[in-house]
Design a protein around this ligand. Structure first.
Ligand code: GYE
Length: 371
């Protein structure tokens, strides 16, 4: 597995086709086969197979029709992006990265769909991309399951699908590649930070009551962060996970869940918020109860994403640590598309590198952050 280095800042506490003829164009079928199409005729032959199958001819024909449907901008690469929604600062930063990358000036025609955190909307968007004959599909899956049929349709139409950010449980042969974060590692990093923090503050032997405000249940960012953090619970018999409830990655959700936790549990030592927006809501709920959180507060606040807003909350003394999740995936995805356009193979799984930022490092680092 390859690691792509992108603006990496890890603090001291960081846990660290052969050529075509002149009139021919290359049309990629997903996952390896490059179909060479003679633009002057409807014939096609594959690079890797001497015998063209009926199915592939259908695919090429469909792509030709589709490209015409997609808007007549023949020199632009048609890309459809089915985005999760706009639930968080992280999401807005990732949308900005994609929109800044897939511009007409850069040679792309982007069809962007905000799926409003609704899987049905996302599946409809994927179907529309196939019907419109886009050349590439970028999918940020809301949850891990339920995309097999949609991916199969894209594959049958010869459209490569690049999965970004959140993982997918569909068989690997149904999509071209995935690029995103190692969410389980993020969870482990958060727990390791807590371990070191408690040790440094002479609280390693104390009973520690923890609550988790989960992200959208079934989203790989939720699954991985929970799995990673909870994997260290068994090695700390004094860590007690009181409760885990979903705040859906939103500020309102974080506020509602934290309010309920505070009403139910008298002694909460640590809150794990699975993104910054949930942390903003949780902080409000804590303050409304007359309590404080952060390095000098009553409650230890752990967050994920490390967006600008999260850094500001660390500088304000309200978040103890923010585990980075890098939203700047646009250039990486464009690089993959350019490689595919050039007939190169791409690695199936690619992680972006990420760091861990404790509050005491925030003021020095915030100005160098891009999101
Ligand atoms: O942490 C959260 C967003 O999938 C990594 O989704 C992403 C998560 C991110 O809503 O803020």
């Amino acid at each position: 597995m390859k690691k792509i280095g992108v603006a990496v800042l890890i603090c001291s506490l960081a846990l660290g086709l052969a050529g075509c003829g002149e009139s021919e164009v290359m049309v990629l079928t997903p996952y390896g086969d490059a179909v060479i199409r003679d633009e002057g005729s409807s014939s096609a032959s594959t690079q890797t197979q001497a015998k063209q199958t009926e199915k592939e001819e259908t695919v090429v024909q469909k792509e030709t029709e589709g490209k015409a449907d997609a808007g007549g901008s023949s020199n632009l690469i048609q890309v459809g992006f089915a985005q999760v929604g706009s639930e968080s600062d992280w999401r807005l930063a990732q949308t900005a990265s994609m929109k800044e990358t897939f511009t007409e000036a850069n040679g792309y025609k982007l069809d962007f769909v905000d799926c409003n955190n609704d899987q049905k909307t996302q599946l409809d968007a994927l179907e529309a991309f196939v019907e419109n004959g886009v050349e590439y599909i970028i999918l940020d899956p809301i949850i891990e399951s339920g995309y097999e049929d949609a991916l199969q349709k894209a594959k049958d139409a010869g459209i490569p699908v690049i999965v970004v950010d959140r993982n997918i449980s569909a068989p690997e042969e149904l999509y071209t590649c995935w690029v995103g974060s190692d969410f389980e590692k993020e969870g482990v990093d958060a727990a390791k930070w807590l371990d070191q923090y408690l040790e440094a503050n002479n609280r390693a032997e104390e009973d520690i009551n923890i609550v988790t405000i989960q992200g959208t249940v079934g989203a790989s960012a939720q699954i991985g962060r929970s799995k990673g953090f909870n994997s260290l619970l068994s090695s700390h018999s004094n860590w007690n996970m009181l409760d885990e409830q979903s705040g859906d990655f939103t500020e309102d959700g974080g506020y509602a869940v934290m309010t309920a936790f505070l009403n139910q549990y008298e002694d909460i030592d640590v809150v794990v918020c699975q993104n910054d927006n949930e942390a903003y809501g949780a902080i409000t709920a804590i303050q409304e109860k007359g309590l404080t959180c952060g390095p000098d507060g009553d409650i230890i606040m752990i967050s994920f994403d490390a967006t600008n807003g999260g850094f500001q909350k660390m500088i304000a003394g309200e978040i103890n640590v923010d585990v980075e999740c890098n939203p700047q995936e646009g250039p990486l995805v464009a690089e993959l598309i350019q490689k595919l356009e050039a007939g190169q193979t791409v690695d199936k799984i690619q992680y972006v590198e990420e760091g861990v930022f404790p509050a005491e490092t925030a003021a020095d680092i915030i100005d160098s952050r891009a999101y």
